[in-house]
Design a protein around this ligand. Structure first.
Ligand code: C2E
Ligand code: CA
Ligand code: CA
Ligand code: CA
Length: 277
C-alpha cells in the first residue's frame, strides 16, 4: 500500500509538472500570437426581440494557431489571466473592436460591439485612459462600445472598479453584467452599480426547454432589470420556443445559436444581409 501511495504521488506531481509545462508553452505562444497577428474577433449577433433588429454583436476572441487551427478562449484566456497577459489581450481586443466599429461607421452600419473585460483589467491604473485613447484614435462614438463584466468582477475591489465604471459611463460607454445569476451580488449592491444591462446566464435560459418550462429565475431577473431600468439580454437562446417565451416575459435582447454562432466578420456581414431581408 505504501509503494502504491508513493507511485500515486509521483504520478500526481508528474501530471502537475506536465500541466504547468503546458501552460508555460501556451503563455509563450500567446505572446508571439499577439505580435504575429494570430488573434481574431468573431461576432455573435444580439437581436432585439420586439423588432428582430440586430443592434449589436458580442466580440468573442479566437486564436488562429499555426498548428492547432482556430482555438476558442477556454484554451488560452485562463492562462493569460493566470500569467499576467490578460491586459495585453484586452487591449488587443478593444483596439480590434475600435477598428471594426470605425469601418462599420464609415459604411453607415449602426451595430454596436460588446467586448469582454477581465477583473484584472481594472487593477491597471490607466485602463480607462487607454480605452478612451483608442476610441479617440479610431474616432469611434463611445456609445458603440459595450463592456461586459462578470458579476464576480464587481465583488472584487468594489471601490476602484466602481470609480472606473462611472468614468466609462460618463464617457458614454455602455456597461453590462455578464453571466448574471451565477455570482453572489446582493440586490442592494446591484442597485448601486453604474450599469446599463444585465445578461441572463445561459444556464437559466436553458431551463426554458420544450420539456419543462422553468421560467422562475428568468422571470425574476427580467423583473429586477425592469425595476432598475436596465436592458436585459438573454444569452444561449437556442430554440424558437425560448425566443418566444423570452419575448413574452419582456426580455429585450436575445443572443444564441438560434440566431447564429460567433462568426468571422465576412460571415457575419453575409448573415446580416440575409437576416435583414
Ligand atoms: P461568455 O462571455 O459568456 O460568452 C458566451 C459564450 O457562449 C461564447 O463561447 C459563445 O460562443 C457561447 N454561446 C453563444 N451562444 C450559445 C448558445 O446558444 N448555446 C451555447 N451552449 N453556447 C453559446 P466562447 O466564444 O467559447 O467564449 C467563452 C468565454 O470566453 C466567454 O464567455 C468569455 O467569458 C470568454 N471570452 C471570450 N472572448 C473573450 C475576450 O475577448 N476577452 C476575455 N477576457 N474573455 C473572453
Ligand atoms: Ca460575455
Ligand atoms: Ca455570458
Ligand atoms: Ca458564460
Amino acid at each position: 500500500a505504501k509503494s502504491l501511495g508513493r507511485n500515486t504521488y509521483a504520478f500526481y506531481t508528474q501530471s502537475i509538472t506536465r500541466q504547468s509545462q503546458h501552460k508555460q508553452r501556451i503563455y509563450g505562444e500567446l505572446k508571439d500570437a499577439l505580435e504575429q497577428d494570430q488573434l481574431r474577433l468573431y461576432y455573435q449577433p444580439q437581436v432585439e426581440l420586439a423588432t428582430g433588429r440586430v443592434t449589436s454583436v458580442e466580440a468573442l476572441i479566437r486564436w488562429q494557431h499555426p498548428q492547432q487551427g482556430l482555438l476558442t478562449p477556454n484554451h488560452f484566456i485562463p492562462v493569460a489571466e493566470e500569467r499576467g497577459l490578460i491586459h495585453k489581450v484586452t487591449l488587443w481586443v478593444i483596439e480590434a473592436a475600435c477598428r471594426q466599429l470605425a469601418d462599420w461607421q464609415s459604411q453607415g452600419m449602426e451595430v454596436d460591439i460588446a467586448v469582454n473585460v477581465s477583473p484584472r483589467d481594472f487593477a491597471i491604473d490607466d485602463f480607462y485612459d487607454q480605452v478612451e485613447q483608442l476610441l479617440k484614435q479610431y474616432q469611434v462614438e463611445p456609445k458603440r462600445m459595450h463592456l461586459e463584466l462578470t458579476e464576480n468582477t464587481l465583488l472584487n475591489q468594489p471601490r476602484q472598479i466602481i470609480e472606473t465604471l462611472e468614468r466609462f459611463r460618463a464617457l458614454g460607454v455602455q456597461l453590462a453584467i455578464d453571466d448574471f445569476g451565477t455570482g453572489y451580488a446582493s440586490l442592494a449592491y446591484l442597485r448601486s452599480l453604474p450599469v446599463d444591462k444585465l445578461k441572463i446566464d445561459r444556464s437559466f435560459v436553458n431551463d426554458i426547454s420544450a420539456a419543462a418550462h422553468d421560467t422562475t429565475i428568468v422571470r425574476a431577473v427580467i423583473g429586477l432589470s425592469k425595476a432598475f431600468s436596465l436592458t436585459v439580454v438573454a444569452e444561449g437562446v437556442e430554440t424558437e420556443i425560448q425566443q418566444d417565451m423570452l419575448r413574452e416575459l419582456g426580455c429585450d435582447v436575445g443572443q444564441g445559436y438560434f440566431y447564429n454562432k460567433p462568426l468571422s466578420e465576412s460571415d457575419f456581414r453575409e448573415w446580416l444581409t440575409q437576416w435583414q431581408q
